[in-house]
Design a protein around this ligand. Structure first.
Ligand SMILES: [Zn+2]
Length: 309
């Protein structure tokens, strides 16, 4: 307390001397901090947790050139990277892991559940075998699965580890509490992270801030309804703690994001059920949400999925 009041600095020094060094050490635990890397492609976020002794990175970008910038941010801290945590099996969150593996071979690539590991592997194999669409550019070569024909490829089975518990601790202090008990929504399996030290909630792709929601591919009406229900539940669970909220896409925000995204889901559902054409739905959604990111990417492919012409 007194350390924050410079006018009393001489008193502080005296008190600290009287209190002795053990008390000083207790008052100066390694501080956990988070740095947010905001990717350009798909407006996707990565997070670097550090405490002065080690680092953990959560989600690693869709493009190798973005992963390289993330690697530079991690290296600039000059601390060992212990873990690369991937929250779910979508390419905008896991593609960079091959680059991270090359840059930090000692870092463990981890996921919270076996299902997420399987989802990552399945998506990469699908993408690597010509499954890319207009919405999904081709797989980065470094992520091509390791096979007898491609021995230099990515070894999904052996390089991705399923964590034995839902708590991930940083060497030097600080814990990340992982939650995976969610209904299928933006992805079939999703990890969210809460940091008690930071009182910060990392929603991965349950959270979008001023970025149109990804509702493309195989995201059904039921998945959208589940998403809304889970947002209501997460909001209730964390309301008393009132954490800082970090979305998977878009800028850092607060608990007000929950009602905004729930409102977006209601608007999207109403507009796409009533619209005769995608063009009409696009005009209505962009008028309701002016300036929101990824209209020509996430919203475009979401409407292709939900407005049949
Ligand atoms: Zn995403």
């Amino acid at each position: 307390m007194c350390l924050r009041e410079p006018r009393r600095s001489s008193w502080c020094m005296l008190l600290l001397l009287l209190a002795g060094l053990p008390a000083l050490a207790q008052e100066s635990p390694a501080k956990l901090r988070v740095d947010m890397y905001r990717g350009g492609f798909a407006t996707v976020n990565s997070f670097v947790f550090s405490n002065g002794k080690s680092q953990i990175v959560m989600d690693v970008q869709r493009k190798s050139y973005e992963a390289d910038k993330l690697i530079a941010l991690i290296k600039a801290k000059g601390l060992p990277l212990s873990h690369v945590l991937i929250t779910h099996g979508h390419t905008d969150h896991f593609t960079g892991m091959a680059r991270l593996h090359q840059a930090f071979p000692q870092a463990r690539i981890v996921v919270a559940t076996e299902e997420i590991k399987r989802a990552i592997k399945a998506y990469a194999i699908y993408m690597g075998s010509g499954g890319e669409t207009g919405a999904e550019p081709a797989l980065e070569p470094a992520l091509k699965p390791k096979t007898p024909q491609n021995p230099g490829g990515f070894d999904y089975e052996n390089w991705i580890e399923v964590l034995p518990s839902k708590t991930l601790s940083l060497d030097g202090g600080g814990t990340l509490e992982l939650s995976t008990d969610y209904l299928p929504a933006e992805a079939d399996y999703m990890t969210t992270v809460y940091s008690p030290e930071l009182n910060a909630l990392f929603l991965s792709d349950f959270g979008y801030n001023r970025v149109h929601l990804w509702l493309g591919d195989d995201i059904s009406r039921q998945d959208i309804a589940n998403w809304k229900a889970e947002l209501g539940r997460i909001k209730r669970d964390y309301a008393a703690r009132n954490p800082t909220v970090y979305p998977g896409h878009g800028a850092v925000t607060d608990m007000s994001m929950f009602d905004t995204v729930i409102g977006y889901i209601d608007d999207y559902t109403r507009v796409t059920l009533a619209a005769k054409t995608r063009r009409e739905a696009m005009a209505q959604m962009t008028a309701l949400y002016p300036g929101w990111g990824e209209a020509d990417f996430f919203l475009k492919y979401s409407l292709e999925n939900h407005v049949k012409e």
